[in-house]
Design a protein around this ligand. Structure first.
Ligand SMILES: C=C(O[C@@H]1C=C(C(=O)O)C=C[C@H]1O)C(=O)O
Length: 158
């Protein structure tokens, strides 16, 4: 992996905040693609250590600069940790902007892949995921970095 990609992939802080900085004068926006209760994909259930038949709260977004998707993300949270949290009300506000305001937020190990994720068929550069924890909430955040981002930021394809 090139050093420039490594800085994106290994970052521990909010990706939303980094994308806003990288976008400069161009508008950033979260486009909500889907959200609701669903059965996670098998690899997601395994990553969270939950039963394969369990329902979870799933949210898919495109993180766009100038209306062009740079990153697609899918987040999956077991229902047991959601009590009292109305994440469905986030709408097109970034999950990260809320999560990274929580002082006790912890990120688990980051897993990296260059395969397209199960939730989005597109060419891309790198994907990563990790489990973020805040109080009882555990949420698997998966982010797939698209070719458009590499083009715009003049990053190598890998
Ligand atoms: C987790 C973060 O939030 C970003 C925003 C997301 C959303 O709104 O659903 C999903 C994944 C992210 O990349 C972050 O900023 O690091």
């Amino acid at each position: 992996m090139s050093p420039a990609w490594w800085r994106w992939i290994s970052s521990q802080d909010s990706l939303t905040a980094r994308l806003i900085r990288a976008a400069g004068d161009r508008p950033f926006r979260v486009r909500l693609l889907d959200q609701g209760m669903a059965r996670p994909y098998r690899d997601e259930a395994l990553a969270l250590g939950i039963g394969l038949q369990r329902l979870a709260w799933c949210r898919e977004v495109a993180l766009c600069v100038d209306e062009r998707p740079w990153v697609v993300a899918r987040s999956v949270a077991p229902l047991s940790g959601l009590r009292g949290l109305r994440l469905d009300r986030l709408g097109e506000r970034s999950l990260g902007s809320w999560l990274f305001q929580q002082p006790d937020l912890e990120r688990g190990p980051i897993e990296v892949t260059h395969h397209a994720p199960s939730f989005y068929a597109a060419d891309g550069c790198w994907g990563r995921r990790s489990v973020l924890e805040h109080r009882r909430l555990r949420i698997l955040v998966q982010e797939f970095f698209l070719d458009a981002m590499a083009d715009e930021l003049q990053l190598s394809s890998r």
